[in-house]
Design a protein around this ligand. Structure first.
Ligand code: A2P
Length: 335
């Protein structure tokens, strides 16, 4: 069996660290790993699959030795500069940033949803935005069966999605509250502790945030429906990990609620937790550390024809980033 090689760019970051865990779990036929980060952490030692590796500084010649895969989680600027270099040296780049997602010749892939799009890649495959990935897993199943007409997203997003500095802001906020002391914000415009911030990524001329525009545009691209009516409000909440989303959908076709729930239960990558009287529904804390998308509170929206509401939770660092990217790598290896 062929053995592959993989370079992990941003190996020391929040997503990179989780990607190392997911790689250990997946046991892919990869025999060579190289871990890359900035000069700040070059030389740092890390444990991986029982061996010690030294983190290397990402440079223009980092990919000269040739890799089958280069997985990037080091921010958009790093991807823009080094992604094309890695792919020009023969690696298939799986990029976690938003740098290439909306480019026409770059597939935007969630393996449960549109694995077929991997085949037309030109060396770069984009991993969608975390909040979009978890939403489209159940939405694709429902679209295939009932045809989606309109989607309204309302998100409750964890601080881990903002990287280490986002986590620091929540930790410092909690500590500052306990000690009754002032603290410096490192990431957000306002304290995230004891707050909800409807302000993720940057402000756009449309009046939306970039995160909201990403959800709208990426949903259309992944589902292959460029004119689909989609709107979104994205909110950062004081939760360390796992994004929660309220999703409202209108279908073209009528549906039977029990049948719809059964369809979701049988679908790959989805766990249905839906028993409100017994207080069973997806929870951020419970989904952390898991690769699946959790769906619950599944109920009719009686205010429109063929309307549905549901609650959708997933580990944003796993399924929303590291797991999804490595499932793409796995799919390529297996196909
Ligand atoms: P480093 O640890 O050396 O700063 P997070 O999202 O948790 O903030 O992590 C970002 C990741 O991207 C880290 O691994 C970080 O490395 C890496 N990174 C950031 N900027 C660069 C860069 N210019 N070149 C290479 N890696 C980078």
């Amino acid at each position: 069996m062929k053995e592959y090689s993989l370079a992990l760019v941003g190996a020391t970051g929040v997503v990179g660290r989780e990607a190392r865990k997911v790689l250990e779990e997946l046991q892919l036929p990869i025999s060579k790993y190289v871990f890359l980060a900035s000069s700040r952490s070059a030389g740092t030692k890390l444990e991986f699959m029982g061996k010690e590796y030294e983190v290397q500084e990402l440079k223009e010649d980092s990919f000269d030795e040739g890799f089958d895969f280069a997985v990037f989680s080091a921010g958009g600027e790093t991807s823009k500069k080094f992604g094309p270099i890695a792919s020009s040296k023969g690696a298939i780049v799986v990029d976690n940033s938003s740098a290439f997602r909306m480019e026409k010749d770059v597939p935007l892939v969630v393996p449960e949803v549109n694995p077929g799009d991997i085949s037309w890649n030109h060396g770069i495959i984009a991993n969608p935005n975390c909040s979009t990935i978890q939403a489209v897993v159940p939405l694709k199943v429902l679209d295939d069966k009932y045809t989606i007409k309109r989607i309204i997203y309302s998100t409750y997003q964890a601080v881990s999605g903002a990287g280490k500095s986002g986590i620091d802001d929540l930790e410092n906020g909690i500590q500052g509250y306990v000690d009754n002391e002032e603290y410096e914000l490192t990431k957000f415009a306002h304290p995230i502790f004891n707050n909800c911030l409807p302000d993720i990524d940057v402000a756009m001329p449309s009046g939306y945030t970039k995160e909201e525009e990403k959800m709208i545009n990426e949903t259309r691209k992944i589902l292959g429906k460029p004119d689909l009516a989609v709107t979104a409000t994205c909110v950062r909440v004081p939760v360390f990990n796992s994004h929660s989303e309220s999703i409202n959908v209108e279908f073209e076709n009528e549906f039977d609620l029990e049948e719809l729930i059964e369809t979701l239960k049988k679908s790959e990558g989805i766990i249905v937790e839906d028993d409100l009287p017994n207080h069973i529904y997806p929870l951020a804390a419970n989904s952390t550390g898991h690769n699946e998308v959790y769906v619950g509170r599944i109920r009719r929206d009686f205010s429109v024809k063929n309307g549905l509401n549901f609650w959708c939770v997933a580990d944003n660092i796993r399924k929303g980033a590291a797991t999804n990217a490595l499932q793409i790598v796995k799919y390529i290896i297996e196909n």
